[in-house]
Ligand binder design. Structure first.
Ligand SMILES: [Zn+2]
Length: 435
C-alpha cells in the first residue's frame, strides 16, 4: 500500500490520531495494521523528548467496514526517557480511543450500546457484526448505557405519572410469571423506571427515593387500581389527583367479557374454544369498540351470540363493557356521572356474577374514574405506547433472564434522549479503497 492509499485508508478508518499501515482481508475480516500519528512525545515525567524503545502489537476490534468485521493490529510504541536524572524509564503509549486491555475500540463500544439501546437490536446480532462475544457487547451496553440511565436530570419535570405493569418473564413449569411495574412520564411519553414485583412495596420504595420537590410537582397519577399498589401512593402522592384511565378500565372490562365467554363456552359445549365454535369465532369482535364494528361485524357478532350464548350472559357483559366505555366517552363530568349510573343499573339488573364483581370494583374507584374528566382526559396512552416498545425489546431479547439487563435495555430504548450522531454512513461505502 503506497503513501496515497495509506492516507485514504486512514481517512476511511476515521479513527482520530491513527493511521493505517497495511490492510488485508483475512477470513472475511479486515485486518488493519495501525499506529498513532504521535511520533514526537515528551517524557511523562520530565517532559524531555522521548526515544522510541520498541513496539508491541495489541489487537482490538473496531466498527465494521462495508459490513465486514474489523480487527485493528495497533503497533503500540514503547517510549524511553533518555534523561538520566529522570525517574521514568519506559512506558507504552495510551489513547482514549482504545482502553487498556480493551476488546473493542471506544467508539465501537459506544456504537454497540447505541444499537442495543436506542435501536433495540439483539445483543447477539451486534456481537456478530463486530466479531465479538455476547458478554463483550453487553458489557459495553452497561458501561456506556448506565450513565445515561442513572443521570438524575433524566427524571426531571414529571407532572403526570402513569403506572402500569407488564409481565417480565412468562411463567414456566418451574417458576411463576414475574411482573414488573413501569413508571411513565405521561406528558412526554417516556419510561422513567421499571421496578420488579407485584405488590406496592417497590413503587413505594421508588417514590420514597425521589426528592420532595420531585414528588410535589406530580399533580396527576394514572393507574390501574385493580392492582395492589394504589394505596402505596397515598403517603407520598396524597396531593395528586389519582385517575383511573380508560385504558385500564377497558382492559379490565375486556378481561371480564373474555372470562364470561370462556365460561359459557365450556358450559354449553363442554370444551375450550375451538376454531369453529360460534363464541370463539367472535372473541375479537366482542372486544372491539361497538362504534368501530362494521355492519358485517355487527351481523357476525349477533349471529355468534344467537348461536353460542343461549342464556344471554355474554351479550349482557358485552353491553356492560360498552356502558363502561361510555363513561369515558362522556363529554363532561356530569354526563359521565349519568353514564356511570346507567352502567350500575345494567350491571345490577342482569345478575351475571363476573359483571357484578366489575361493578363492585368500579364503585370502589368511582371518584378516580370520574377524575378522568377533571384532569382534562389525562390518559395512560403513552403507557400503552411504551408497552408496545417493551414488547419489541422483549421480542429481540428472546426471554430475558436478568432483570438488571432488562431494565437497562428498556430504559435505553424508551427512557433516555439520545444525541443523534452517526459514524456508520461514511464507513459503509467504498471499502475497496484499502483493498
Ligand atoms: Zn523523563
Amino acid at each position: 500500500m503506497g503513501q496515497h492509499r495509506s492516507a485514504s485508508a486512514s481517512r476511511l478508518l476515521g479513527l482520530g490520531g491513527f493511521q493505517v499501515l497495511a490492510a488485508e482481508v483475512v477470513g472475511g475480516e479486515w485486518q488493519l495494521a495501525v499506529q498513532t500519528t504521535a511520533t514526537v512525545v515528551g517524557c511523562i515525567g520530565c517532559g524531555v523528548r522521548a526515544e522510541l524503545h520498541g513496539r508491541r502489537t495489541v489487537r482490538v476490534r473496531d466498527l465494521p467496514i462495508g459490513g465486514r468485521p474489523v480487527v485493528l493490529a495497533w503497533r503500540k510504541r514503547l517510549w524511553r526517557c533518555r534523561e538520566p536524572a529522570c525517574g521514568v524509564r519506559t512506558w507504552t503509549e495510551r489513547t482514549p480511543a482504545i482502553g487498556p486491555r480493551a476488546v473493542l475500540t471506544q467508539r465501537a463500544r459506544v456504537e454497540a450500546c447505541r444499537r442495543v439501546g436506542k435501536d433495540a437490536h439483539a445483543v447477539a446480532a451486534v456481537a456478530r457484526d463486530l466479531g465479538v462475544g455476547w458478554a463483550t457487547v453487553m458489557r459495553a451496553v452497561g458501561d456506556h448505557g448506565s450513565p445515561l440511565v442513572d443521570d438524575p436530570t433524566r427524571l426531571l419535570g414529571v407532572a403526570a405519572l402513569g403506572l402500569d405493569e407488564t409481565s417480565f418473564l412468562k411463567a414456566t413449569r418451574l417458576a411463576p410469571t414475574q411482573w414488573v411495574k413501569g413508571l411513565v412520564d405521561l406528558e412526554h411519553g417516556r419510561l422513567l423506571d421499571l421496578v420488579a414485583d407485584r405488590t406496592g412495596a417497590a413503587v413505594y420504595g421508588w417514590l420514597g427515593a425521589q426528592p420532595r420537590e420531585w414528588l410535589t410537582q406530580v399533580s396527576t397519577v394514572a393507574l390501574d387500581p385493580w392492582r395492589g399498589y394504589a394505596s402505596a401512593l397515598v403517603a407520598q402522592l396524597g396531593h395528586a389527583t389519582v385517575v383511573v384511565d380508560h385504558f385500564h378500565a377497558i382492559r379490565l372490562a375486556n378481561a371480564v367479557v373474555d372470562e364470561v365467554r370462556r365460561r359459557v363456552q365450556q358450559a354449553t359445549l363442554g370444551h375450550r374454544g375451538r376454531k369453529h365454535d360460534p363464541l370463539y369465532r367472535i372473541r375479537k369482535l366482542l372486544l372491539t369498540a361497538a362504534e368501530h364494528l362494521t355492519q358485517q361485524g355487527q351481523g357476525r357478532l349477533r349471529a355468534g351470540l344467537a348461536a353460542g350464548d343461549p342464556g344471554g350472559e355474554v351479550a349482557a357483559v358485552w353491553q356492560g363493557k360498552e356502558l363502561l366505555r361510555a363513561i369515558y366517552a362522556a363529554v363532561d363530568r356530569q354526563a359521565a356521572r349519568a353514564a356511570l349510573d346507567r352502567f350500575y343499573h345494567w350491571s345490577d339488573g342482569v345478575g351475571v356474577a363476573e359483571l357484578s364483581r366489575l361493578a363492585h370494583t368500579v364503585r370502589a374507584w368511582e371518584a378516580e374514574i370520574l377524575a378522568f374528566h377533571a384532569t382534562d382526559g389525562c390518559s395512560n396512552g403513552p403507557t400503552e405506547a411504551i408497552n408496545l416498545l417493551i414488547k419489541k425489546v422483549k421480542r429481540v431479547g428472546h426471554g430475558f433472564r436478568n432483570f438488571a439487563n432488562y431494565r437497562l435495555r428498556l430504559l435505553l430504548h424508551c427512557g433516555v434522549t439520545w444525541q443523534i450522531h452517526r459514524t456508520a454512513r461514511l464507513r459503509g461505502r467504498s471499502s475497496a479503497v484499502v483493498a
